[in-house]
Design a protein around this ligand. Structure first.
Ligand SMILES: [Zn+2]
Length: 390
């Protein structure tokens, strides 16, 4: 048994009053976020102004704006509530989380890992807020009771019962996507049973024609979720473009587009979930290449870009990573510059770069007939296992 972090996402069915309060909370979080962002912007602008004046010789004073301070800004919420009393009506931990998110964005920006935090827009199709778990005498601010999830301020929300959340709830994200409401419970100390060891290892080569090629010769074909729905999606988008922006018909058409996009995304997620669970169950060590998807997009000349974004390589890798950790298996990621498609898996002879169109060849050194993809996945397996021993 092992303890892990895990999120459980459920669709929820708030009543009218609850919907109103949830939407109000989205708005209040956005307000606090944008307010703090604007305050910081004033300082940044002032700094810029002083710099310019110094350059032109008008000003000799030194001025530097302060870095965004998490704690000061969280304290600032109390001040804001005095002026904007309606902020008191919503979940305070949500307002705090909103400021914390802004602080995180600033941290990234200061470390040059991201751009300046953007103002939040009402028009964003996904709205959300985080409510924190706090201990109370009656069992905590977020609780699951029967078919309901109880959260602070909003009260009991009906949810569709799939698997029950396990472990200890840390916080919950309440969101609205295409007019549907969801809750995601983030839990810690969730116990999982590790998968049994099989004493089998596998190398996986990710492709374009096939989704993945395994070193045992199995090819997993690419499910074309996007292409299958492309016509439908185009049709809906054309309908949307003919409507007057902001009108009722426009809003309805927009929801239809969003629904289909979510449907495609869900199909892909489902496919990847089943695939990765299967792989992690069957094999002890799983070796993959560290793929740079952006590069593959560039080299693709035949209008296959859509398909590449459809492939979900990143999602595939992300799922393998956490599932290996959950279920006690090993993921070995090899360097993306390793020439897996140039080496003969039989004798190790390296025969140079080959055009994408060459699907099979005979090794000039040992005479083995090599299938491009299977050969690459066997090399990935070998290299992945070798890396674990160094
Ligand atoms: Zn050879």
């Amino acid at each position: 048994m092992k303890e892990i972090y895990r999120a459980y996402k459920y669709r929820i069915y708030p009543n009218k009053a609850q919907k109103e309060l949830i939407n109000k909370t989205f708005g209040c979080c956005r307000f606090v976020y944008n307010f703090c962002r604007a305050e910081q912007k004033k300082q940044e602008d002032m700094w810029q102004l002083v710099k310019e004046m110094q350059q032109q010789g008008y000003c000799f004073n030194d001025y530097k704006s302060k870095f965004f301070n998490r704690f000061e800004n969280i304290k600032f919420i109390t001040e804001l509530k005095k002026t904007y009393t309606w902020l008191k009506e919503v979940d305070n931990t949500a307002l705090q989380s909103s400021v914390e998110n802004l602080a995180k964005a600033y941290d990234k920006y200061y470390k040059k890992q991201g751009g300046k935090p953007k103002f939040k827009s009402k028009k964003n199709p996904v709205q959300s807020y985080i409510t924190k778990y706090n201990k109370t005498n009656s069992g905590g601010t977020i609780r699951v009771i029967g078919n309901y999830i109880r959260v602070a301020k909003v009260g009991s929300l009906k949810f569709r019962d799939k698997s029950r959340p396990m472990g200890q709830i840390v916080n919950a994200v309440i969101s609205k996507e295409n007019n549907k409401y969801y809750i995601s419970l983030n839990c810690k100390n969730v116990l999982v049973q590790e998968f049994e060891k099989t004493n089998k290892n596998i190398g996986i080569d990710l492709g374009i024609c096939d989704f993945a090629i395994l070193s045992n010769g199995i090819k997993i074909s690419n499910k074309k979720f996007y292409e299958n729905q492309e016509e439908n999606l185009d049709r809906l988008q054309r309908q949307l473009s003919r409507k007057q922006i902001g009108s009722n018909r426009w809003r309805k058409a927009k929801i239809k587009v969003g629904k289909l996009q979510t449907h495609i995304a869900n199909q892909r997620k489902d496919f990847l979930q089943k695939l990765t669970t299967n792989i992690v169950k069957q094999f002890d060590t799983i070796c993959i290449e560290d793929l740079e998807v952006s590069k593959m997009k560039e080299t693709d000349k035949n209008g296959r870009n859509k398909r590449i974004s459809d492939l979900g390589f990143y999602e595939f890798r992300r799922q393998l990573q956490y599932k290996c950790e959950w279920y006690g298996k090993i993921l070995s990621v090899i360097n993306r510059y390793y020439p897996s498609s140039q080496i003969c898996n039989c004798c190790g002879h390296r025969s140079g770069k080959k055009d994408e169109t060459i699907r099979e060849w005979i090794c000039e050194n040992c005479g083995t007939k090599l299938d491009r993809d299977t050969n690459a996945s066997i090399n990935i397996l070998k290299e992945g296992l070798r890396m674990l021993t160094v």
